[in-house]
Design a protein around this ligand. Structure first.
Ligand code: ZN
Length: 162
C-alpha cells in the first residue's frame, strides 16, 4: 500500500516548473489546492532555503526574519497559489514560555513586542491527495475525491469524501 509518486503533470504542475519554496509569515488554507495533503514539520533556521521566495506580509516580521536568518528578507504581501510539490517555510511566533501566541487584531509588532516572543520554524509541504482506500495518489478516489463503487485498486469506495 505504498504511495507512488504522482507525476507532476498529473498533479496539475507543468513538467518544467520547479517546485516553489516560499518564506511566509503565516500559512492560510486559501494558499493551497482545495484537495491536497499538508505535511508540517519543524525545521531549524538553517534549513530555510536561502533562495526561498519572500512572502512576508509585515515589515516588522520581515525585520525579525532578517535578523533570525542572517540575511535580508523583503516584505512582500503577495497572494500565494500553491500546487503539489511546493513548500512554505513559516516562522511561527511562540510566547517565551512555549505557548502559542497571536498578536491582537490590528497590531503592528514593534521590536519590543517581538522581543517577548520567539520564532519556531516550520516547513509546510503541499502534497497531492491520496485515496483513503488504497493509499495511492493516482487512484480515481484521490483524483476525484471519490469513485462510485470501487477505487482503482478494487477496494470498495466509501463514497464522496466529506
Ligand atoms: Zn484507491
Amino acid at each position: 500500500m505504498g504511495v507512488r509518486p504522482l507525476p507532476r503533470q498529473a498533479a496539475g504542475v507543468s513538467e518544467d516548473a520547479a517546485p516553489r519554496r516560499v518564506l511566509a509569515s503565516a500559512f492560510a488554507l486559501g494558499m493551497a489546492p482545495a484537495r491536497c495533503r499538508l505535511v508540517v514539520e519543524p525545521v531549524d533556521a538553517g534549513d530555510v532555503p536561502v533562495d526561498a521566495e519572500p512572502a512576508v506580509g509585515h515589515a516588522s516580521t520581515a525585520e525579525v526574519y532578517s535578523a533570525l536568518l542572517g540575511r535580508a528578507v523583503a516584505c512582500d504581501r503577495r497572494a500565494l497559489s500553491l500546487v503539489a510539490g511546493d513548500e512554505v517555510y513559516v516562522g511561527a511566533l511562540v510566547a517565551l514560555d512555549g505557548r502559542p501566541w497571536r498578536p491582537p487584531e490590528g497590531t503592528v509588532l514593534d521590536a519590543a513586542a517581538l522581543a517577548a516572543v520567539r520564532v519556531e520554524w516550520r516547513r509546510v509541504a503541499v502534497l497531492p491527495p491520496v485515496c483513503g482506500q488504497c493509499g495511492d495518489v493516482e487512484c480515481a478516489v484521490s483524483r476525484l475525491g471519490y469513485a462510485p463503487g470501487r477505487c482503482d485498486d478494487g477496494r470498495p469506495s466509501r463514497g464522496p469524501s466529506p
